[in-house]
Design a protein around this ligand. Structure first.
Ligand code: T4K
Length: 369
């Protein structure tokens, strides 16, 4: 009997690399509230990612909710329906109305051409996702934001380590958020971060994530508890020296998939990323009418062999019960997003996925019937 194969697996540092960190935590008994590992990880991650102002969080969703708070975003926010539910939920948790617009059919990122038509007097910001780690059209989005005085918050949960021609994609917009969840390229079990553009913004974020405390007696904002704890930070520190090697392994798997799946009728490969540095976080394929079976039949066929792919991102967020009544959720306006959601299948990709298993997955994709 073969082991099940999942869409992703965390590739943790060897246990012996973690033990010294745990010994230090057990000895100094600082578990959270900005301890020494938290401080070190903030500095090391900022340096690794090529950004100046990074604040660690307990998870990516809290980071997103807090970024919207920190920027005082209200009213309506233009966003993508083709993302993980947390992108829109973060707006809902801030009493902000999401306004869905369609995605570009090739990049699957928010289509800047659709943004302008959706702007109303209530619009205050744009919330795009760098989907699968592929950079959005940041120039076009910023131009629109500048013209209409809108903020831009990037959901960069998939974009750890991604760079465009001028550096980290995380420098774009007014803030970017990252996720370090167990399923992500870089993990701290649960975790996340906000990347701020300047010291003052980082300071505001840091107050907000710690109940608004400035010191023992002064509370300047109605903040939340978004802090990353020392155990998470220790995992992050032990993981950081390995991350480039892990991404290189992902790149090899991406190359192998492209080679073995290249000429299958009706199975479209993801476009190659135009990022200068990419992280190969997902391997989405797209099943069209010319393929011998439906996307869901292929999903089931792979499951029969205990290969658990995922339909990231189906259903669209705009189809969920709490959002589908919105005018902007109308399916005729989101044709590209619907096409992607109905045809996508994310194949397993993670360091440690062996070549034999990858070939078996590709064989099933070639002969699904
Ligand atoms: N924005 C975007 C664009 C995001 O993609 C996400 C998270 C967020 C914001 C929010 O960030 P966080 O608050 O999560 O930091 C997963 C993750 O829970 C979620 O973090 C992620 N996006 C989303 C794309 O995927 P599920 O429901 O698919 O996860 P689950 O538990 O089914 O795991 C998928 C596979 O991963 C499993 O079949 C096996 C493997 N796995 C999973 C876990 C949790 C492991 O091997 N070990 C594990 O511990 O949502």
């Amino acid at each position: 009997m073969r082991d099940p194969v999942y869409v992703t697996r965390p590739n943790l540092p060897p246990l012996e690399d973690i033990i010294p960190y745990l010994e230090e935590i057990w000895s100094n008994q600082v578990l959270t509230n900005g301890g020494p590992f938290h401080t070190r990880l903030e500095a090391e991650l900022a340096a690794h990612l090529g950004v100046n102002y990074l604040s660690l969080f307990a998870n990516g969703t809290l980071a997103l909710v807090t970024a919207l708070q920190a920027l005082g975003i209200r009213g309506e926010v233009i966003t993508t329906p083709y993302s993980f539910v947390a992108t829109t939920h973060a707006l809902a948790w801030n009493n902000i109305t999401p306004v869905f617009v369609d995605i570009d059919p090739h990049t699957l990122n928010l289509d800047p051409a659709c943004i302008e038509q959706a702007i109303t007097p209530q619009t205050t910001a744009i919330l795009p996702t760098h989907i699968y780690g592929n950079p959005c059209d940041t120039k076009a989005i910023q131009q629109i934001a500048d013209m209409y005085g809108l903020k831009v918050v990037y959901d960069a949960a998939h974009a750890f380590g991604v760079e465009d021609d001028e550096g980290s994609v995380l420098r774009h917009g007014d803030m970017s958020i990252l996720s370090f969840h167990a399923t992500k390229v870089y993990t701290t079990f649960e975790g996340g971060a906000i990347v701020s553009p300047d010291e003052k913004s980082k300071e505001r974020v840091d107050y907000l994530k710690n109940f608004g405390f400035v010191d023992e007696v002064r509370v300047v904002q109605s903040g939340i508890n978004g802090k990353m704890n020392e155990f998470q930070a220790a995992v992050g520190l032990a993981q950081l020296p390995r991350i480039d090697g892990l991404i290189a392994q992902r790149e090899n798997l991406d190359g192998a998939y492209r080679e073995l799946l290249a000429d299958i009728n009706g199975l479209d490969l993801p476009p190659r990323s135009h990022a200068r540095r990419y992280n190969y976080s997902y391997f989405p394929i797209f099943i069209s009418r010319n393929y011998p079976v439906s996307r869901d039949s292929l999903y089931d066929r792979l499951r029969e062999d205990q290969i658990y792919t995922r339909r990231y991102f189906y259903p669209l967020i705009s189809e969920l019960p709490m959002y589908r009544g919105l005018e902007s959720a109308r399916s005729d306006r989101l044709a590209n997003a619907h096409r992607a959601a109905n045809s996508v299948l994310c194949l397993p990709i993670y360091p440690g996925l062996d070549r034999g298993t990858l070939e078996r997955i590709c064989d099933i994709c070639r002969h699904p019937g």
